[in-house]
Design a protein around this ligand. Sequence first.
Ligand code: GDP
Length: 426
Amino acid sequence: MSATAIVGANWGDEGKGKTTDYLAVEADFVVRFQGGGNAGHTIINNYGKFVLHLLPSGVFYPGVVNVLGPGVALNISTFLKELDLLVRNGVPEPTLRISTRAQVILPYHLLLDKYEEERLNKQQFGSTQQGIAPFYADKYLKVGVQVADLFEADRLRQRLAMALTTKNVFFEHLYHRPTLSVDELMPGLLQAGERIKPFVCDTTSLLHEALRQNKRILLEGQLGALRDPDHGIYPYSTSSSPLAGFAAVGAGIPPYAIQRIVAVVKAYSSCVGTGPFVTELLGPEGDELRNRGGDDGEYGATTGRPRRVGWFDAVATRYGCRVQGATEVALTLLDVLGYRDEIPVCVAYEVEGEVVEEFPTSATLDRARPIFEYWPGWQSDISEARTFEDLPKNAQVYTHKIETLIGVPIKWISVGPTREAMIMKN
Ligand code: GDP
């Protein structure tokens, strides 16, 4: 019985999609266990370039069963659109399963997200406006709607009526917007239920049976450790836990089934949205890294917003790996740094004259300044390297030194956005 979690050690956008797509060749199941359409996993393979928001990254392998577990925030229209886009681009129809217990993003979640960001104005969090925060708030307020409710009209009516009682007070009196009625929501939701019905099943039983049969399961996290509501940079966090520790809960498998935790670590830093970001690079240096980063510059896969960028932050990444419980690391986007003759790496923070090596809480983080070491660059294109020995000496040294700083073995090094551009390091 074994499952592997693939999770982010930073702020998200570390290349989890690429890593999952690479590792899924040996998987039987790929499971999304939290989050919804609020982040995008970019995958470039023989079918083309895709940004998956909700579908698990195993969808390109016909033999893989792709599961949306109970912890996922299911936006049905995003799900159907993504599926349609894949098939229209020649990807064989993937096998998909949606948990009866997953909850559904409802039209008022999207509205509430938008109106609240507008109301907060300059103090907004930079929400992707996918309804995620209002969705999870409703889940824990116990007024959410499970997928199974979409097939029980009377029950669905009751659930919506209960939720709308308070939502409409907000719409009318706080946001000064039109209210919503159960009658106007019902037809769309019943129809959406019918459209996803072929995919819906008890995924918890499915995965337990898979474990019993020794099938290989990948659990694909969204965003990164620093966005965790408990352990991340609160309140600049997301609303569900992107930690491997939560993967068992959100997928519905035993915690002890997760034997490997691959933390995806970016060779530099990037961050979308507001909040403290200690190694942030502003000005032309930042613009250059942003334009050279990712597969086509560092711009949000969901929003298209420019990502904030900075140098590698060992304090944050060591902490990210720790809270993920990483057993191994995939170091990604190393190729991007090939233009530098010298690469700054943040090895500690300075807070009011003191050297800090443990990642602090948000209040202290606001006052933290980076302490940099300057490591020699390799000034060459490494995107064709396929073995560790193919890498220039200084790129090998960069990798070894990062491994030492974060204290977790680096097992893979990604040197380009495509599936093949991956080095297995012994
Ligand atoms: P995810 O959400 O963690 O899957 O990451 P995103 O897809 O949001 O962002 C990662 C970006 O980096 C995407 O544009 C990927 O195509 C790209 N990418 C992933 N790995 C590499 C790599 O090793 N090198 C380069 N140059 N780009 C990469």
